[in-house]
Ligand binder design. Structure first.
Ligand code: HEC
Ligand code: HEC
Length: 355
């Protein structure tokens, strides 16, 4: 076990220290990481340890029972220890970071939480007070203000657990048992994947705490979520490989069809008029009426090119070059990846034509 043997052990050490961190970066799931470490352990064992049933034992993940040849030195044990231990160090920060990044993307771009929850200054949202409370909605059924959703313990949601927050986002039910007004679009979040929910919780925990008291909500009737069209439970990652399904998912999260569907006799008329537009919005910008975004040739987006639709969503420019008005959050959607915008356009093309 000297000479050449030692060199191979050194090689194993290098393999472990170089390859494992690399693998750790690129592999997202815990099990994939474990498999890599198992593979490396088996490489190590072929190098300098009595191979025998080591691979099988390594695969059963009981490192304490691995039988090492008596002559093994600490030098050869090191890579084994590294191989077994380093995934646990690597997986935590890498995964946590990508969760926070994903959460930031959902909050800032697709779901545009700031559009309601960040106070409006004279030049748009005041990001120095991001997510500390925003718009007030005064309707016959309720008068509510978008809450402080920073981790401030007294005025924000700092005392909510991750599970409180995740439950709330898909049910509209607060931990204190008081349901939210449906202007908070929780009904549109029912399809959200478990990982995206984790990501939202991780990101919202990481934002700056801001102390800001928002008015207590005033409900005139019982509140219940507005579920909207294309409803259902979490979309699976496999289904998400289809761009149209991913587009549907993103359109749900961005609650596009909530604004782009008119009121019927009993609330939004999703049954007959999904995507037909015709909702009027009033604000400091004056008045705007949501557009028909169905595939209808004349009344909808039927004759628009993909690029024209993408430009309207992300830059707020109409087909004729007109600047589109709020409250649609064009500046937030501008942060979406081109591939997500493309998926949204693909899905809009499937909306049955309405006139
Ligand atoms: C269309 C506007 C709008 C959007 C978009 C929106 N919210 Fe809300 N949200 C509200 C309003 C208004 C309330 C308060 C409702 C009430 O009091 O009944 C609220 C309440 C909440 C609450 C409850 C807080 C509490 O203390 O009770 C949380 C948490 C929350 N929103 C998180 C989010 C997150 C996260 C996003 C983005 C993923 C988001 N909201 C997007 C308008 C919005
Ligand atoms: C908060 C309400 C609201 C949300 C959410 C919203 N929109 Fe809009 N949208 C509007 C309004 C209002 C207009 C019209 C603006 C104008 O005419 O100045 C509009 C305009 C458009 C237009 C331009 C159509 C035309 O004929 O000019 C497109 C395309 C569009 N929206 C697609 C979307 C998509 C896709 C989403 C989701 C990613 C979305 N909207 C989310 C309110 C909304």
């Amino acid at each position: 076990m000297r000479g050449f043997g030692m060199e191979i052990r050194d090689f194993c050490l290098i393999l472990c220290t170089v390859l494992l961190p690399l693998a750790g970066r690129f592999l997202v799931s815990f099990f994939k990481l474990l498999r890599v470490s198992v593979d490396l352990v088996s490489v190590i064992f072929r190098c300098g340890v009595s191979a025998g049933d080591a691979v099988a034992r390594a695969a059963s993940l009981r490192p304490a029972t691995l039988s090492l040849r008596g002559a093994m030195t600490i030098h050869a044990l090191l890579p084994v220890a590294l191989a077994l231990v380093s995934p646990f160090f690597l997986v935590a920060p890498a995964d946590a970071q990508s969760l926070v990044e994903r959460g930031r993307y959902l909050v800032d771009a697709v779901m545009s939480c700031h559009n309601c929850h960040t106070p409006m200054g004279p030049n748009g949202p005041d990001f120095s007070k991001a997510l500390s409370g925003g718009l007030t909605f005064d309707t016959p059924a309720f008068k509510v203000t978008a809450s402080n959703i920073t981790p401030d313990k007294d005025t924000g949601i700092g005392t909510w657990s991750d599970d409180d927050l995740k439950d709330f986002l898909v049910t509209g039910m607060r931990p204190n048992g008081i349901p939210t007004a449906p202007i908070m679009p929780t009904g549109f979040y029912t399809r959200i994947t478990p990982r995206d929910l984790d990501a939202l919780a991780a990101y919202l925990r990481s934002v700056k705490q801001i102390s800001n008291v928002t008015p207590t909500p005033d409900y005139k009737t019982a509140m219940k979520p507005e579920i909207g069209p294309y409803a259902g439970g979490p979309v699976s990652n496999d289904d998400m490989k289809d761009p149209v399904t991913r587009g549907m998912y993103l359109v749900r999260l961005a609650h596009c069809l909530e604004c782009h569907t008119p009121l019927g006799p009993a609330g939004k008329d999703y049954e007959n008029a999904t995507g037909k537009g015709g909702m009027t919005f009033k604000g400091p910008f004056g008045e705007s009426v949501s557009a028909n975004i169905t595939s209808h040739q004349k009344a909808g987006l039927g004759e628009w090119s993909d690029a024209e639709i993408g430009r309207a969503i992300t830059q707020g420019i109409g087909r004729d070059g007109r600047k589109l008005k709020p409250p649609m959050g064009y500046a937030f959607y501008a942060r979406m990846t081109p591939s997500d915008v493309e998926a949204i356009v693909k899905f809009l093309r499937t909306l049955p034509p309405r006139e």
